[in-house]
Design a protein around this ligand. Sequence first.
Ligand SMILES: Nc1ncnc2c1ncn2[C@@H]1O[C@H](COP(=O)(O)OP(=O)(O)OP(=O)(O)O)[C@@H](O)[C@H]1O
Ligand SMILES: [Mg+2]
Length: 274
Amino acid sequence: MRIIAVMNQKGGVGKTTTSVNLAAGLALQGRRVCLIDLDPQAHASLHLGVDVSGGVHSIYQVFAGGKSFNEVVQLATENLWLAPADLDLAATEVELVDAPGREFVLKNALAQANVDGAYDYIVMDCPPSLGVLTVNALTAATEVFIPLQPHFFALQGLSKLFETTALVNRRLNRGLKVTGIVMCLYETGTRLAGDVTDDILHFLSHSDPQAPWASAQVFSNRIRRNIKLAEAPSHGQSIYEYAPVSAGAQDYQGLVKEVLQAEQQHMVHDRVAA
Ligand SMILES: Nc1ncnc2c1ncn2[C@@H]1O[C@H](COP(=O)(O)OP(=O)(O)OP(=O)(O)O)[C@@H](O)[C@H]1O
Ligand SMILES: [Mg+2]
C-alpha cells in the first residue's frame, strides 16, 4: 500500500485538485483508494460532494480521540472512500500542541484501522501550512507528492519543503521519501514555466543522494491551467465525472498512469524491505 501526502505550505498551488483527481483517477482504474481530507477548509470533501456541515463524522474526531478511523470513513464513489474534514479540524493545531506523541496520532489511527488490507492507496490532502496536521500526514506517509505552480519563487519554497521532509525523515519517519513533483496550473508555451521546471530538474540532479528527495521526479504530465478543473469542485464531482474529455481530465489521467507505472517498482521494493 502506498500512503501519499500531497503537500505544499503555499496556498492555492493545486494540492486539493491533485489529491481529489489523483484519488478518483486511481479508483477508476480499479484501485481501492482512501482520500483523507486534512484541511479544515474541507475543500476535498466538498469536491467529492460530501456536505460536511450536516453532522457527518470527520477526521477531527480521530484527532480528538472520540472515534476510530474506520468510524469516520465513508464511501464516496466506487472504490473511493473519504475521511472528511470539517471546520472543527482547525482546533486540532491548538488541542494537540502539548500532547505527547502528537505527531503520531494519524499513523496510530491508521495502524489500528488495519488500512493495509483495506486500500491500495491512501491520499492525504494537506492544509497550506506546516503545522501539526501536515506533520501527522508526513509521519503517516510512505511518500510525498508536491504540487507546484511554476513561478519565480517556486524553487525557494521547494527548498523549505524539502528541509521539512528531511526533518521528519530524521526524527519521525525514516522511510519518508519525496517521490514526485506535480507541475500544476501550467501555462504551456511560456518561458517562465519551462525555466522553473529546468531549475527544479537541475536542483534535483545535484542533490545529496541520501536526501529524502534524491529520487524525486518531476512528473512528465504537467497539469495545464484548465477552467473545467476550477469548475468541477462546485458540482461536487471529480474532473472525470464533470468534464471527461477536457484537458484537465486528460492531464490527470496521464498523471494517474505515471503513478500506476511506478506500482511495479514499489511492489519489488516492498518485497525487498519485508
Ligand atoms: N490546473 C488548473 N486549472 C485551473 N484551475 C485550477 C487548476 N488547479 C487548481 N485550480 C483552481 O485553483 C484554485 C486553487 O487550487 P487548489 O484548491 O487545488 O489548491 P490548494 O493548494 O489545495 O489550495 P489551498 O492551499 O487553499 O488548500 C482552486 O480554485 C482550483 O479549482
Ligand atoms: Mg487545498
